[in-house]
Design a protein around this ligand. Structure first.
Ligand code: IPE
Ligand code: IPE
Ligand code: MG
Length: 241
């Protein structure tokens, strides 16, 4: 198997992936964009399995941004329906024996009631699991996440439960959707784009970035292993020497 070649020592604790390039993958084949999303969803399943196999603790994937609502309605609808399918299948598998905790990060209030229900159900199923945590960033924006955290903190100050001097980096981190989880060590963006596009902007303060030329539907477990190898070759100094 692929992971025979991957040394699982000093694995990053948390990997973030910006699953980009579905549209271009479809375009190259003269297909509508939704076919790219369908292939991208298959890649996502394979990568989750691989992460479980190598013993990763946290995986966060960017599935739909707060900005992606600008896309044509039929494209948005097809992405949402692929997510519903993913949750149904993942629920069935996780109900058996998979030690995976699936969480959704983002503003769920804008999603359809049925999707919100499915999300609550799968989150409840995995809440006590200790294996791989998979965060699916859905209607997620890093700026929106910070605004959400700031509103919550301001509310506590207003109620007299917090003093403004209590607001420090730890408190802000704890109020993000990823509260309690380690920051991503490694962020991978396939598709050739080299930007964050509003992904984990606070949490990425000291992440290592690996940009890859492959489109997401073509991204393989070997590509993930390669990104981890590149990460291992980096020297992380966190401001020190
Ligand atoms: C990523 O692929 C999936 C989402 C943003 C939902 P894109 O749809 O952005 O693919 P490209 O960038 O147009 O190729
Ligand atoms: C980022 O990709 C969002 C997701 C992958 C879900 P986009 O394709 O939306 O980002 P931009 O528009 O190229 O920055
Ligand atoms: Mg894109």
């Amino acid at each position: 198997m692929q992971n025979n070649r991957l040394d699982t020592a000093d694995l990053p604790a948390h990997i973030g992936i910006i699953m980009d390039g579905n549209g271009r993958w479809a375009k190259q084949r003269g297909l509508p964009r939704k076919y790219g999303h369908r292939e991208g969803a298959k890649t996502f399943r394979r990568i989750v399995e691989h992460c479980e196999r190598i013993g990763l603790r946290y995986l966060t994937v960017y599935a739909f941004s707060t900005e992606n609502w600008k896309r044509p309605k039929d494209e948005v609808d097809s992405i949402m329906s692929l997510l519903e399918q993913y949750i149904d299948e993942a629920f069935a598998r996780q109900k058996e024996d998979q030690d995976i905790r699936t969480c959704f990060i983002g503003d769920m209030s804008a999603l359809s009631p049925i999707l919100q229900q499915k999300i609550q159900r799968i989150e409840a199923l995995g809440k006590d699991r200790t294996g791989l945590t998979v965060n699916v960033a859905l209607n997620y924006g890093g700026r929106d996440e910070l605004a959400h955290a700031m509103r919550a903190i301001a509310g506590q100050v207003q109620q007299g439960k917090l003093d403004p001097s209590d607001i420090d980096e730890q408190l802000i981190s704890a109020h993000l959707y990823t509260g309690g989880q380690p920051d991503p060590d490694l962020i991978i963006r396939p598709s050739g784009e080299e930007r964050l596009s509003n992904f984990l902007i606070w949490q990425a303060a000291y992440s290592e970035f690996v940009f890859m030329d492959v489109l997401w539907p073509d991204f393989t477990p070997e590509d993930l292993d390669r990104a981890i190898e590149i990460y291992r070759g980096r020297s992380r100094r966190f401001g020190g020497v």
